[in-house]
Each structure stands twice: as structure tokens, then as C-alpha cells.
Write a protein that binds this ligand. Structure first.
Ligand SMILES: [Ca+2]
Length: 124
């Protein structure tokens, strides 16, 4: 009986680790919200799956959770240029928001990263 319980625990742990590692690492800053990056509302999960389980320009341009910010803006890769096994993108002054949570909304919705200079210039 002990062996059976130990086997089940190990199988569960291995399955959890595999699921976590294989998908969280496939999106930029996926570790910020871990499993909830896809499984909070499952909208980003659906779009990710439809997109062939890959991060690219198409998935970055979508707004899976419908909060007004594209997935790319929320995950700090607006153009969808990041690729697996590369360092997470970090836009200075920006934070990572959850593309699968409509209550996780960046304050800079609609502002392209390259437009900050133009916005700042208005206040000089
Ligand atoms: Ca969001």
C-alpha cells in the first residue's frame, strides 16, 4: 500500500512539473503568473492552443482576456519577437500583467513602448 501511495505521489509530482515547465516556459515572462498565465480564465489558454502552442506575433497581438491590452503588452513583448529559451523581455518601467485575467490591466493600455519618448516630450 505504501508503495502504491508513493507511486501515485511521484506520478502526480512528475505530471505537475512537466505540465508547468513545458508550457510556462513557452511564453515570455510565463513564470510571473505560473499556471494562471493560461488557467485563470482559460481564454489565453484557448488562444495559445489555437495558435499551435507557440508564442509569436499573432498571439502577442491578441487580447485574450479582453481587458484592452494585447497579450504582448501584458507579457512585455508587444511585437511577439521573444522566443523560447531566450531571457524574458523587460521593458524599462513596465510590469508584467496576466493575459488571462481581465482584472490584471496595465496602466499603459494602448501605449506602444516606442511612444514613451513622444509622451514624455509633451510634458517638457
Ligand atoms: Ca489582463
Amino acid at each position: 500500500m505504501r508503495l502504491l501511495v508513493l507511486g501515485l505521489v511521484l506520478a502526480f509530482a512528475a505530471g505537475t512539473a512537466f505540465g508547468y515547465g513545458s508550457y510556462v516556459a513557452k511564453v515570455p515572462n510565463g513564470d510571473a503568473f505560473s499556471c494562471n498565465t493560461c488557467h485563470k480564465e482559460k481564454k489565453f489558454y484557448d488562444d495559445f492552443k489555437t495558435n499551435g502552442n507557440k508564442w509569436d506575433e499573432t498571439l502577442a497581438a491578441k487580447d485574450s482576456d479582453g481587458d484592452g491590452a494585447s497579450n504582448g503588452v501584458e507579457l512585455q513583448d508587444p511585437q511577439g519577437k521573444w522566443r523560447e529559451n531566450k531571457p524574458n523581455p523587460k521593458i524599462p518601467g513596465w510590469d508584467t500583467y496576466n493575459p488571462d485575467d481581465r482584472t490584471s490591466i496595465p496602466p499603459y493600455v494602448g501605449v506602444a513602448p516606442d511612444s514613451w519618448g513622444r509622451v514624455k516630450a509633451l510634458y517638457r
